[in-house]
Structures are given as C-alpha cells and as structure tokens.
Design a protein around this ligand. Structure first.
Ligand code: FES
Length: 215
C-alpha cells in the first residue's frame, strides 16, 4: 500500500474523501458529570508552525496554532467554535479559522507542551477563504469593515515576494501548498488571510469586494 501523502508535501488541493497525514495536537479537557470528573482527549488538526503574533494581538499567553479546517470533524469544531450556529455551512468554518489553540505559559512552566503527531485524517472539505472580518451578530445591519488584522498585515506585506520552491507565507511561514486557487489566480493564506498572486508570487491587496462575502 502506498504511504499516505503528508499535507506538507501536497502539490495540489487534497481530494475530499481521501486520507492524508495531517499534523495534529492533542487537546485535553475535563468533563464534569454526575459520576465525577473525567479527562477527555481529542486530536485536533492544525497548521504548522506554532507562532506568536505580537504584531496582531495585544496580549498573548503563549505560542498558538491555527486549525486545519479541511480535516476537522464536527466534534472538534464543537469544542472551539463558540458561535457554531449553522453546522457545516461555509461561514461557520470560516469563523472557526479565526480561532486558535494556545500553549499557555503556566502550562509550559509545568512541563506540558503541545506535541505534534502526524495522524491519518480524511479530507472533509476544501480550505475556505480566510474571512476579511467576522460579524459577531449575524443580524446586525452595521456595515462589515475590513478587520484590523487585515489592515495591519497588508500595510506591512503588500509586494512581499513568496519563494516558489518553499511556498510558505512570508508572514508566519504557514504552508501555502494544497490551497484552492481563486478565480483571479490567487491563493489566500489560511493563517491570517494574506492574498498571494500565484503569477507574480507576491502578496497583493484583497479588494474590498471580498468584504461583501465576509461574515
Ligand atoms: S501566516 Fe499570517 S497571513 Fe499567512
């Protein structure tokens, strides 16, 4: 049997329904029920590498990972998406992309570290485009604005070259392999949403047009 392809080796989009080797980290939580407290564990697919975002976040308890929602089950999503209103609609998965998993400094001090393990996971969906903003209240009539994160990143990275051999995002080095190519030939980084033109291999501006389909 052929060994499974790792997500870091993808040359094109993973096929929905096929299995791949995906980096996962084990999430622990305590479940309090009538029979006492039980420890629960779940392997969660993530995008490498772990990183800090001092440019984007005011307070950071430690390094964090972003989810690889292509391989994420509903069970895992239930744990992290607090506004999981419409299961399996595209907007819910895009919203989940803006959540992260922390490695808290207190836990690191106690010797606990997230350990990466490459697990066999089925591809469940194509990577959705990272949202330009998230609307907390879906019924709000206020106009959706470009997020602060997008503004900060674009002010620093527009025009930055992307090495076509390594194919990683110039911001935090998240892999750009196996991502869907948009109608205009660009790809959107699943980390924080930078847009990369695959023809010029350069970071380009995401038009405000895209905000209309933001959450
Ligand atoms: S890693 Fe941050 S935009 Fe790509």
């Amino acid at each position: 049997m052929k060994p499974l392809l790792k997500t870091s080796e993808l040359e094109s989009e993973p096929v929905v329904g096929r299995f791949y080797k995906v980096p996962c980290i084990r999430h622990f939580w305590m479940n309090y029920g009538s029979f006492g407290c039980r420890e629960r564990k779940l392997w969660v697919p993530v995008l490498l590498p772990a990183h800090r975002d001092p440019d984007l976040l005011k307070a950071e308890p430690g390094p964090h990972y972003h989810f690889d929602v292509r391989f994420m089950s509903h069970r895992a999503a239930d744990l992290f998406c607090f506004t999981w209103e419409h299961k399996d609609d595209l907007q819910s998965w895009r919203r989940l992309m803006t959540n992260i998993m922390w490695e808290f400094s207190e836990e690191r001090a106690m010797g606990y570290r997230f350990k990466i393990k490459w697990k066999r996971r089925k591809c469940l969906r194509s990577m959705p485009p990272f949202p330009l903003n998230v609307r907390n209240n879906r019924n709000s009539q206020n106009p959706v604005k470009r997020s602060r994160v997008s503004q900060i990143l674009e002010s620093q990275f527009i025009g930055r070259r992307v090495c076509s051999n390594r194919l990683v995002c110039p911001h935090r080095g998240i892999s750009l392999r196996g991502l869907p190519v948009q109608a205009d030939g660009s790809i959107i980084c699943p980390g924080h949403g930078l847009k990369i033109c695959t023809e010029r291999m350069q970071v380009v501006y995401r038009e405000d047009e895209a905000i209309k389909e933001a959450l």
